[in-house]
Design a protein around this ligand. Structure first.
Ligand SMILES: Cc1cc2nc3c(=O)[nH]c(=O)nc-3n(C[C@H](O)[C@H](O)[C@H](O)COP(=O)(O)OP(=O)(O)OC[C@H]3O[C@@H](n4cnc5c(N)ncnc54)[C@H](O)[C@@H]3O)c2cc1C
Length: 367
């Protein structure tokens, strides 16, 4: 019997597992066994250093991850440059995502959490105990469940909690091939808006480049059918093509990822709660997803950190309010970017994205 079973060992799941296990709780950290590919998302804001310090986690390892020197963007016709080395907040980090997550997972295991490879299939509450059916016929009993399964929010879906979503946004991304004689690390984040979406490009610490085109599902469908279109569009960017080795992407595989922001109407319920992307996920324009995943895991830990049931309930209410205020700030900033671009391009993509009251409740069985 576990005190807490956590579904998902991404940044949110590993963070909350470490904090709870350090309190001496019997913690299970489950993740589906079949995921081996690259995960997209590698820019961290400078605030991560302070969060890691507050949590008493290992600091960023500079031999594995690289500092971000700034942003150089061409957005809605204006060039915007920010030099992070010259600002008070300092530089953020371009992480090796696999190494970063592996370190968080190892830390959770060293703190006493039990790592379990299994996908959640079903959940039933009986006599105040959750009976969790995992794939392969295995079952797990736990007093409390934390949904840290990312945007798929597998547990919250089973609880039929509605999710509010921003307008559809698809990220089409590819990694360039490894360059044996790559130039010295290019530390800038490059962003460029176009008529039907926006580009992001950055050099990763492992000498590969990542490029992502964010667009609507209709456009994404066409590009996925003809991946050479993606390469042509990258080559035709005004700004990014001059600063990235775009021909290196020609043989790269194109991947698609849901990138719209969304949040659960109710991020907790009877003997369960959600954190990270499962509770609140951001549009990648924010570059705050991993930070928010870990910060919300910390907030949830603090909310649960009471033996008294009444205190725990009011802690969870406070947690919900904090998530709402984070969502409000994020939404305001996101809308500012999209509205700027909408004034310039006046295309369907930007008009859809720029709607302020864009949140809609989507049926839970939607992929
Ligand atoms: C295109 C794109 C670019 C992004 N760029 C950035 C960026 O530059 N910087 C940034 O900070 N953020 C970025 N993000 C967001 C960032 O990736 C997420 O916010 C972050 O991964 C959230 O962490 P998490 O732990 O909540 O969820 P995840 O990282 O999604 O982890 C969830 C875990 O749950 C597991 N899981 C899923 N289903 C089950 C199941 N049924 N049973 C058990 N386990 C399950 C998964 O295998 C996974 O390991 C980007 C996102 C996108 C889409």
């Amino acid at each position: 019997m576990y005190d807490v079973a956590i579904m998902g060992a991404g940044p949110a799941g590993s963070t909350v597992a470490t904090l709870l296990a350090r309190q001496g709780l019997n913690v299970l950290l489950a993740d589906r066994p079949d995921f081996t590919g690259d995960k997209v998302g590698e820019s961290l804001p400078s605030a991560i250093d302070r969060l890691l310090w507050t949590l008493n986690f290992h600091p960023i390892d500079q031999s594995v991850h690289a500092p971000i020197s700034g942003t150089d963007s061409y957005w809605a016709g204006d060039r915007i440059q920010r030099d992070y080395f010259a600002t008070a907040g300092g530089s953020g980090w371009r992480i090796n995502r696999t190494a970063f997550e592996q370190q968080l997972l190892m830390q959770a295991i060293e703190s006493g959490a039990q790592h379990f490879q299994g996908r959640l299939e079903n959940a039933r509450l009986s006599n105040h105990i959750w009976q969790l059916q995992m794939d392969g016929g295995r079952s797990v009993n736990s007093r409390f469940v934390i949904d840290a399964s990312g945007r798929s929010a597998v547990f919250a879906r089973k609880m039929t909690v509605a999710r509010i979503k921003s307008p559809p946004l698809v990220a089409l991304w590819a990694l360039s091939s490894l360059q044996p004689k790559a130039p010295s690390i290019h530390g800038q984040t490059l962003i460029e808006s176009q008529e039907n979406g926006w580009w992001y490009a950055a050099q990763l610490p492992n000498r590969r480049w990542l490029a992502i085109f964010h667009t609507n599902p209709e456009q994404a469908k066409i590009i996925r059918r003809h991946p050479s279109l993606w390469h042509q569009m990258l080559a035709s960017t005004k700004w990014i093509s001059r600063r990235t080795p775009w021909p290196d992407f020609v043989s790269s595989e194109l991947h698609a990822h849901d990138a719209r922001g969304s949040y659960l109407v109710q991020p907790y319920g009877h003997q369960w709660a959600a954190c990270g992307d499962s509770a609140l996920s951001f549009d990648p324009i924010s570059s705050q997803g991993i930070f928010n995943a870990m910060a919300s895991a910390h907030m949830l830990f603090k909310a649960l950190h009471s033996d008294n049931q009444h205190d725990q309930h009011s802690g969870l209410q406070q947690y919900h309010l904090k998530l709402n205020s984070v969502a409000g700030i994020y939404q305001q900033r996101r809308n500012w970017f999209y509205q700027q671009a909408n004034r310039v391009y006046q295309t369907r993509f930007w008009a859809e994205q720029a709607v302020v009251r864009c949140l809609e409740t989507v049926a839970e069985d939607e992929p």
